[in-house]
Design a protein around this ligand. Structure first.
Ligand code: PLP
Length: 393
């Protein structure tokens, strides 16, 4: 199987698996226990916290371990909103683009159901939030903002379907000028493009281990020391009053190793991923009526999303299944929504017609992807689309 679905998840790096295995055999103590085993687990977790904090230019105490990107996003958005409601008896107004991952849209929709006001920020044809769009929506919401607590703006750094990067630093500065708080979902960009939380100017930022060859089921939320949130898991051993539950040293150690590997090789990997992207684009360019959705500039190097101008006569689901039968794993949007025949909400928000949004194919590479796999993927798509066109009614 040629695996080009690395935005959905990545394979565990050997070094990560080895360190996790070692930990599993060495100790199983609870990091909250006072005996030596517990203390060792605590030290291991705190060491990992320091490495992950420093990868973001943050302080260790600003890192909360979670079960992954979904929980980090929920903790940031609901945690902030509930804290405001409890302290000031008012929900913050929430702003976000419609192109966010469901793990951001979901908590915002939930808060809307229980009384918060949610505004959606427009995006351009590339799926990018611009300063103009942000300023316009803040202006539109001026009435709601005038009697509310500081609003929350959540904008992803890189989109999981298209790879489009948002100008977070510029947008965050505008939000702060308007008295707001910024959360950024950096699940796709972390480890692929260099940044620090200070450069971005964000107050909260979500990351996840399994997108960078770490284990599934662990992630982190960066929480600026000034920001208070209400835990979403109460009880158990609370991490500085932010999240209850017994931490998994094994997963956290795996996360730490994945982070070290990603950071160490970032420049080289980025060069390699760009080479793979150019090779893929070169090959795909020979397919008739192919439309490249991912923007040319200002996008992650490892995601290429394409569709077809004759999409109305192609079957999107069958494209992905056809590729699977060719032994190539790709996706037609966020893995979390696949199985649904709805056109991708991201591509729809970018203004693509529903047929084109339904016929999208997302290729996502990793540092383990080989040139020959790219060539096979191009051959595969050429064949699948060719057959579909040949036999269409
Ligand atoms: N945010 C983005 C942009 C993602 O791509 C994903 C995963 O697909 C998530 C959040 C959810 O992360 P996790 O799978 O770690 O819960």
């Amino acid at each position: 199987m040629i695996y080009l679905d690395n935005s959905a998840t990545t394979k565990l790096a050997d070094e990560v698996a080895a360190r996790m295995e070692l930990w599993r055999h060495e100790s199983f103590a609870n990091a909250s226990s006072v005996h030596r085993g517990g203390q060792r687990a605590r030290v291991t977790i705190e060491d990992a916290r320091t490495v992950i904090a420093s990868s973001l230019g943050a302080e260790p105490k600003e890192i909360v371990f979670t079960s992954g990107g979904t929980e980090s996003n929920n903790l940031a958005i609901k945690g902030y909103a509930f804290k405001q409601k409890i302290q000031h008896d008012a929900w913050p107004v929430i702003f976000l683009p419609r192109t966010e991952h469901h793990a951001v849209l979901g908590p915002a929709e939930f808060l809307e159901q229980i009384g918060a006001r949610v505004y959606y920020i427009d995006v351009d044809r590339d799926g990018r939030v611009t300063a103009e769009f942000l300023v316009a929506i803040l202006k539109e919401a001026a009435h709601d903002l005038s009697f509310s607590v500081p609003p929350l703006v959540s904008i992803m750094q890189a989109n999981n379907e298209t790879g489009t990067l948002n100008p977070i630093a510029e947008l965050a500065a505008l939000v702060h000028d308007a008295g707001g708080v910024v959360h950024c979902d950096a699940v796709q960009s972390y480890g692929k493009v260099p940044f620090s939380v200070e450069e971005l100017g964000v107050d909260m930022l979500s990351i996840s281990a399994h997108k960078i060859h770490g284990p599934k089921g662990v992630g982190a939320l960066y929480l600026n020391r000034e920001i208070e949130i209400e835990p979403q898991l109460h009880g158990g051993s609370l991490d500085r009053n932010r999240r209850g539950g017994t931490e998994s040293p094994e997963l956290i150690v795996g996360f730490e190793v994945a982070v070290r590997l990603a950071l160490r090789g970032m420049e080289e990997n980025s060069r390699r991923l760009t080479e793979l992207r150019d090779r893929l684009l070169g090959g795909l360019g020979t397919i008739d009526q192919l439309v490249v959705v991912t923007p040319n500039v200002g996008a992650l190097p490892n995601i290429i999303n394409v569709t077809f101008s004759d999409a109305a006569e192609l079957d999107g689901e069958a494209l992905i299944v056809g590729m699977d039968l060719e032994g190539i794993a790709v996706s037609n949007g966020s893995a979390c929504t696949s199985g649904s025949i709805q056109p991708s909400h991201v591509l729809s928000a970018m203004g693509l017609p529903p047929e084109q949004a339904k016929a999208a194919v997302r290729f996502s590479t990793s540092r383990f992807t080989e040139d020959t796999e790219i060539d096979r993927a191009v051959e595969g798509l050429t064949k699948v689309v060719g057959q579909m066109r040949k036999y269409r009614p």
